[in-house]
Design a protein around this ligand. Structure first.
Ligand code: PLP
Length: 383
C-alpha cells in the first residue's frame, strides 16, 4: 500500500495536510499586493522563530543554495575563514569557502562529537585576521547539535562574522539569533519547517551587511544586495516559489500556534524516547546524551550486520524509511529523523518496525522492549 508510508529521514520530511492544502491555493502574481502582504507576514513570523530583529530573506533554492549565498556574500578571495567540521555538512562549508577562494582553516572534530568552543577561541586568538566562522547548528550526518550560544559569544568578541547552517535544526531546535550573536542564520524548508524542498531562508545582521557591501566575490542570483533593494517593498529580486511561500506561511502558523517552547520540548521528548528505545534494544547510539540532536538520532547497526540491510527490510516490509549513513558512515548507521511534523506515535512506529526488522536480519531482540522504553519516557515513568 504505497500511500501508507512512514518517512523518517532528515529531509524531506512529511508535510502536514493543512500545509499541503494551503499550497493548493490558486496561483497569484509575485508582484501583487497579495504577495507583498503575505511576504511581510511571513518575515514577521520568521523573526519570531529566529528570535531576531534582523532582516530575513527567503530564497528560492535548496539549503545548499542558502549556504552558497552566505559564502558568496561574505567571503572575498584570499579571506581567512574558520570552518568547524564534524560531519558532511561542516565539510560543505569548507568546500564552498574553497570555491570562493578563501584561505580555509578547518577545525576538525571526530564525527559524532560536538565542536569544542575552547578550541574555536584558541583559533581565533591565534588568527585574529579570520573574517568569518562557519558552524553547523545540527550536523545531520551524525545527529549532533552544537552549542551555538557558546560559539556566538566567542566569535562576537572578534571582528569575524558568525555564520550558522541551521538547515535541519531550525523549527525543531531552539535558536536565538540576536541573543546568541548569529550574523547569518541560514536554513531550508524541507526539514524541521515541514515544507517540501525549495526554499532557503536566511537572516542577516548589521555586522554582516557591512561585510556584504565590501565583498568582492562575484554573485548574481544570490546577491543579497539585489535582494535588499526589493525588501522594503516586500518584493523579491526574481520570481519566488510562490506556492512554497504560501506553505511557509501556514507552517509558521502551526509552529507559532503550538508555541516555540512546546515545539522544542516535543522534539527533545522524541529524542529521549528514541534513545531510551535504542538502549533497551542493546544497540549503540552514535552520540553522547550531552549533545544528542533533538531532531535526528544516529544508531550503529549491530556488529556484522549492514545498516542498509536493516533499512531494506524496514522499507519493504513496513514501508518505514530511515536514512542511512553518509560518506564514511555508509552502511554503518541508521538515522531516525523525528523532526517537524512528528510526534510520539511516530516514534512508536519507528521503534516497533526496527524491532521486527532486527529480528528478520538475524539480530534477535526482545520484541516490545524498545517500544516499552519509549512508552515509559512518554508517560514519564521510570524503566
Ligand atoms: N546543511 C544541513 C545541516 C543539512 O542537513 C542539509 C541537507 O541535508 C544541507 C545543509 C543541504 O541542504 P540541501 O540538500 O537542501 O541543499
Amino acid at each position: 500500500m504505497q500511500d501508507k508510508s512512514y518517512l523518517m529521514i532528515p529531509g524531506p520530511t512529511p508535510v502536514p495536510p493543512s500545509v499541503v492544502a494551503a499550497m493548493t491555493a490558486p496561483m497569484f502574481g509575485h508582484r501583487s499586493e497579495d504577495f507583498q502582504a503575505m511576504h511581510k507576514e511571513i518575515i514577521g513570523k520568521l523573526q519570531k522563530l529566529f528570535q531576531t530583529q534582523n532582516e530575513i530573506y527567503v530564497l528560492t533554492s535548496s539549503g545548499t543554495g542558502g549556504m552558497e549565498s552566505a559564502v558568496a556574500n561574505t567571503v572575498s578571495p584570499g579571506d581567512k575563514v574558520l570552518t568547524l567540521v564534524g560531519g558532511k555538512f561542516g565539510e560543505r562549508w569548507s568546500e564552498l569557502a574553497n570555491q570562493y577562494g578563501a584561505e580555509v582553516i578547518e577545525l576538525n572534530y571526530e564525527w559524532g562529537t560536538c565542536v569544542d568552543p575552547q578550541a574555536v577561541q584558541e583559533q581565533l586568538a591565534a588568527n585574529p585576521d579570520i573574517k568569518v566562522v562557519f558552524a553547523t547548528q545540527n550536523e545531520t550526518s551524525t545527529g549532533v547539535t552544537n552549542d551555538i550560544e557558546a560559539l556566538g559569544k566567542i566569535v562576537a568578541q572578534t571582528p569575524a562574522l558568525f555564520v550558522v547552517d541551521g538547515v535541519s535544526g531550525v523549527g525543531g531546535i531552539e535558536i536565538k539569533v540576536d541573543e546568541w550573536n548569529v550574523d547569518i542564520l541560514t536554513t531550508g524548508s524541507q526539514k524541521s519547517l515541514m515544507l517540501p524542498p525549495g526554499l532557503a531562508i536566511q537572516s542577516i545582521s548589521d555586522k554582516a551587511w557591512k561585510k556584504i557591501e565590501e565583498n568582492k566575490s562575484p554573485r548574481y542570483y544570490f546577491s543579497l544586495l539585489k535582494a535588499r533593494k526589493q525588501y522594503p517593498k516586500w518584493n523579491t529580486a526574481y520570481t519566488p516559489a510562490v506556492s512554497l511561500f504560501v506553505g511557509l506561511n501556514a507552517a509558521l502558523d502551526m509552529i507559532l500556534n503550538e508555541g516555540l517552547d512546546n515545539v522544542y520540548a516535543r522534539h527533545k521528548l522524541m529524542r529521549d524516547a528514541t534513545r531510551a528505545a535504542i538502549r533497551a534494544l542493546g544497540l549503540n547510539l552514535m552520540t553522547d546524551d550531552a549533545y544528542a540532536s533533538p531532531v535526528v538520532t544516529s544508531v550503529y547497526a549491530p556488529e556484522g550486520i549492514g545498516a542498509d540491510d536493516i533499512r531494506k527490510v524496514l522499507k519493504q516490509e513496513y514501508n518505514i524509511t530511515f536514512a542511512g549513513g553518509q560518506a564514511k558512515l555508509k552502511n554503518k548507521i541508521l538515522r531516525i529523523a523525528h523532526m517537524g511534523f512528528a510526534d510520539k506515535m511516530d516514534i512508536i512506529i519507528a521503534v516497533s518496525g526496527l524491532e521486527m526488522a532486527l529480528q528478520k536480519v538475524g539480530y534477535p531482540v526482545e520484541l516490545g522492549a524498545g517500544v516499552k522504553a519509549a512508552q515509559q519516557v512518554f508517560l514519564g515513568v521510570l524503566g
